[in-house]
Design a protein around this ligand. Structure first.
Ligand SMILES: Nc1ncnc2c1ncn2[C@@H]1O[C@H](COP(=O)(O)OP(=O)(O)OP(=O)(O)O)[C@@H](O)[C@H]1O
Ligand SMILES: [Mg+2]
Length: 223
């Protein structure tokens, strides 16, 4: 039996928001992601990479097919249960980052990565190490809306990597705003998580991430 953490079975997702024709954002896609495995989600703009990532962490549900996390179909779980699973077991960076404005970088990290947002001393030490590793030392108390695009992206990455017992990392274009040195630091952090048994799904066009895992190619959806 394979040690499947996440499974997509003929998963597709369409949107019908009334404003335009029905859009098939993700055409039927199947794959299995094992613990300690990384897949790089590749494909042209509009191919459905961000949609696939949102389905993988239960932020979206499929219109057809099934997404299973630890063998359980997400569709059987209420939203609050999926949110709890995300907080407990997943580190997620969505394309729009989803940082909470009005809160500091440190508060954003604690909010999403620690149960009840209450960090222990060891959580705080781990968070500080991540802030340092991604070049954010000194910005922990800054309100996120005052940070640059690259700084915000790194705060979102710290938040994802700070999830104590993450089984799955879901990262959308994590190096989009990072320079070469920060990208090297991120690759080292991801490599150590993957080697420790964490699975990862990473949407990226960045060839510097090629060594992290196998490609999963999405083609443009037929409209
Ligand atoms: N909430 C939504 N409502 C309507 N259409 C949507 C929605 N989300 C995505 N789409 C459409 O689905 C398609 C796939 O979008 P998605 O964001 O997954 O692509 P992507 O591969 O991540 O692209 P990019 O590389 O530009 O980030 C696009 O045509 C997009 O307009
Ligand atoms: Mg995208």
């Amino acid at each position: 039996m394979t040690d499947a953490l996440l499974e997509f079975r003929e998963v597709s997702r369409s949107f019908d928001d009334g404003a335009r024709e029905r859009v098939e954002a993700l055409s039927p896609t199947s794959f299995v992601l094992a613990r300690g495995q990384c897949l790089r989600v590749l494909g042209p703009s509009g191919a459905g990479k961000s949609t696939l990532l949102s389905l993988a962490c239960g932020l979206l549900l499929p219109t057809a097919g099934e997404v299973r996390f630890e063998r359980e179909p997400f569709s059987r779980w209420r939203e609050s249960f999926r949110a709890a699973a995300r907080r407990r077991s997943m580190g997620v960076v969505v394309q729009q980052l989803a940082l909470v404005h009005g809160m500091t970088a440190r508060e954003n990290v604690a909010l999403a990565s620690v149960p009840d947002g209450l960090s222990t001393a060891s959580d705080r030490a781990a968070q500080s190490a991540l802030f340092d590793a991604l070049g954010l030392a000194g910005l922990e108390r800054a309100k996120v809306e005052t940070l640059s695009g690259g700084e915000r992206q790194r705060v979102a990455l710290v938040r994802a990597l700070a999830v104590r017992e993450a089984k799955l990392l879901v990262l959308d274009e994590p190096t989009a705003h990072l320079d070469a040195a920060r990208t090297d630091a991120l690759i080292a952090l991801l490599r150590s998580r993957i080697d420790a048994g964490c699975a990862a799904l990473i949407a990226t066009h960045d060839p510097r991430l090629d060594t992290l895992g196998e490609p999963l190619h999405l083609s443009s959806s037929a409209r």
